[in-house]
Design a protein around this ligand. Structure first.
Ligand code: SER
Length: 317
């Protein structure tokens, strides 16, 4: 990869991934694609090129790809699961019409494409524990439907046209930089903000609800490592199960209490979030990612908690 376009560069993943890619490939070689109203700021703005690049506008994508001789696109534009349930048509427009725009430009300009899938691509009939790589995918949310379609379309463009498409199924991502917006797993980020602010946390997900989660540095590493992987070794492409930790609200609360003994939590379960969480697996099995491109996470719940609390305390001071 020489010149990279990140679509959705100011979002939860994009804001950190763009900076990581600039560190690896050089500031001038990574273009931050954004939409009007979500302009890059601070270091993201100052450190390299940025262009308006709405995923729903095929000509805008083509213009940026041509201008910068782009050969790899990280397509991160998406609505998360809860907000997508409120705006299903927009979720489809961004997730699938947008993906088709990206794949067509990639086909014509020989770009590699990374588009995340998710634990949300699974549904209630999927085996819940140690969910295998290849298994039932019958999600009940529009977010999940669009993620399964993302996987299928991406594989189709690879098989039919040879486009180098690759992806992972992300768990809930936890970071201390850009907050997520409208996801089912957001509680696992919000809880750290409450802990650092000294507030009681009101948890929208019930005790005993397990979901896979991951600390952002591991997620960013996964993107880069998969895109750099030897294609000869890839049996799968879209998308790989990856996992690092699985916990329920009691588990993350206990992990925080270890460092903040006075921290308090109460439950006020949100029915929509709970029903989505109940339809997702408890924990994924990621043996294929480990075998095909040497995936290995660094953080567990305790090391992530320590780092989150330290970083957020410094930032919110
Ligand atoms: N974090 C996403 C969500 O909760 C799942 O991939 O919607």
């Amino acid at each position: 990869m020489k010149n990279i376009l990140v679509i959705g560069a100011t979002g939860q993943i994009g804001s950190e991934l763009t900076m990581k890619l600039r560190g690896i490939y050089g500031n001038d070689h990574v273009v931050a694609g954004y939409i009007v109203g979500a302009e890059p700021k601070g270091e993201l703005k100052e450190s390299g090129p940025a262009e308006i690049c709405d995923v729903t506008d095929a000509s805008a994508i083509e213009r940026v790809v041509t201008k910068y001789s782009i050969d790899a696109i990280y397509n991160l534009a998406a609505l998360l699961s809860v907000v997508a349930e409120h705006k299903p048509l927009l979720a489809w427009k961004i997730g699938i019409d947008g993906l088709l725009n990206v794949l067509e430009v990639a086909r014509q300009h020989q770009c590699a494409v990374f588009t995340p899938s998710s634990i949300g691509s699974f549904g209630p009939e999927t085996p819940r524990d140690h969910t295998p790589q290849d298994t039932v995918q019958r999600p009940r949310t529009i977010y999940g439907v669009s993620k399964v379609t993302t996987e299928l379309l991406s594989d189709y463009y690879h098989n039919k046209y040879g486009v180098d498409t690759r992806s992972v199924r992300f768990p809930g991502l936890i970071s201390n930089v850009t907050p997520p917006g409208g996801g089912t797993t957001d509680y696992a980020v919000d809880i750290y903000y409450s802990a650092v602010r000294g507030e009681k946390f009101v948890c929208p997900i019930g005790a005993g609800t397990y979901m896979d989660m991951m600390y952002m540095p591991d997620a960013l590493h996964a993107c880069v490592q998969l895109m750099e992987a030897d294609p000869e070794r890839l049996i799968h492409r879209n998308g790989f199960n990856i996992a690092s930790m699985s916990f329920d609200p009691e588990g993350i609360f206990a992990a925080i209490k270890k460092y903040k003994p006075d921290f308090e939590m109460e439950y006020k379960v949100d029915p929509l979030k709970q029903s989505i969480a109940d339809s997702w697996p408890n924990s994924l099995e990621d043996i294929c990612a480990r075998q095909e491109w040497d995936w290995k996470p660094t953080y567990d719940l305790d090391s992530m908690t320590k780092d989150m609390l330290e970083k957020l305390a410094a930032r919110l001071k």
